[in-house]
Design a protein around this ligand. Sequence first.
Ligand SMILES: [Zn+2]
Length: 377
Amino acid sequence: MRRISLLIILLAMVVSTSAKDFTVVIDAGHGGKDPGAISANKKIREKDITLKVALMVGEAIAKNHPEVKVLYTRKTDVFVGLNDRARIANRAEADLFISIHTNAAKNRSAKGAETYILGIEEERTERNLDIAKRENGVIFLEDNHEKQYANFNPNSPESYIIFEYMQSEFVKESIHMAQYVQENLTSEANRHDRGVRQAGFLVLHATSMPSVLVELGYISNNEEASYLASSNGQKRLSQCIIKAFDNYYTDLKKQSTGPTQDKRTTQTTTKTKNEDTAKPSSQTADEKHPVFKVQFLSSSTKLKQGDKAFKGLSPVEHYYDKGLYKYTYGATTDYNEIVRLKKKVNEKFKDAFIVAFIRNERIDTKEAIALYKKQNP
Ligand SMILES: [Zn+2]
């Protein structure tokens, strides 16, 4: 009887904590005095498309998931600075930030959809600088932008160095969401696939949560512009983002109700582990034993041992994943040891987390921990 009531209390806690505290911020790009990109015939403006799509996306998410809090950076045709957009999300301690834009290019035949996460790509730098320049150029319309953005100059390539080193904390989730957005845009709305990419967007830089920026299509392309402006097109495009949110949110819920917790709570789950039965650590693992490492940094460029960015951690290893070099410290088959190492790394990199590999292939950390526990009962 007591067990059952305890179970009910626990279940209630899981439901209330995992359900109540998800907040998504929908960011309609541009607005007010900033029209964003404009079509060749000057009739179609980015700010109108992004607002319509943003409102439809927010409305549907709120309807499909009553437990999710939906916030907007704007709900009308008003100007909002980039930092203020991020501030809205940060203040709400949001869990996901979705910024909606449309693209433009001098080449009128350019078309397709792409979804960005924050960063710098080693290749395609010039093209991605163009898009970052255009989206970041908004700050020139803001009062006091030199002070607000610490003299960041959207047109100077040197300014973009701040995007080169990223804390790895939100990269994985951002990519996860970006892939879902991109998948849906290509399959559901038949958009030409320009892929998941990285660029130095100020609005993403200032947010402290997983965040993506989607460029729905090219307003500079006549055919795409009329699609973007049509109510059918806007409906289809919003459905893609809504679906992507569903996919992402479902995955997240699965994670939080699984046998082990995500990176933020792994430390507490190990406290119950009996130290006596822990296996001695080793640097290599046989086929079935996962190797744990502490991931602390991601970078779009390859860094050498001893790089300042490592803050003295040595030696470090790296693996390459979805366009990023991911740097790790330590390697052990002993989960308890990696937890101790992680605490050490956290003194320098507060967001460092545990990753797992089998035969040098990255595997899901939760699964690896479950496997470890099975092998070390
Ligand atoms: Zn834009």
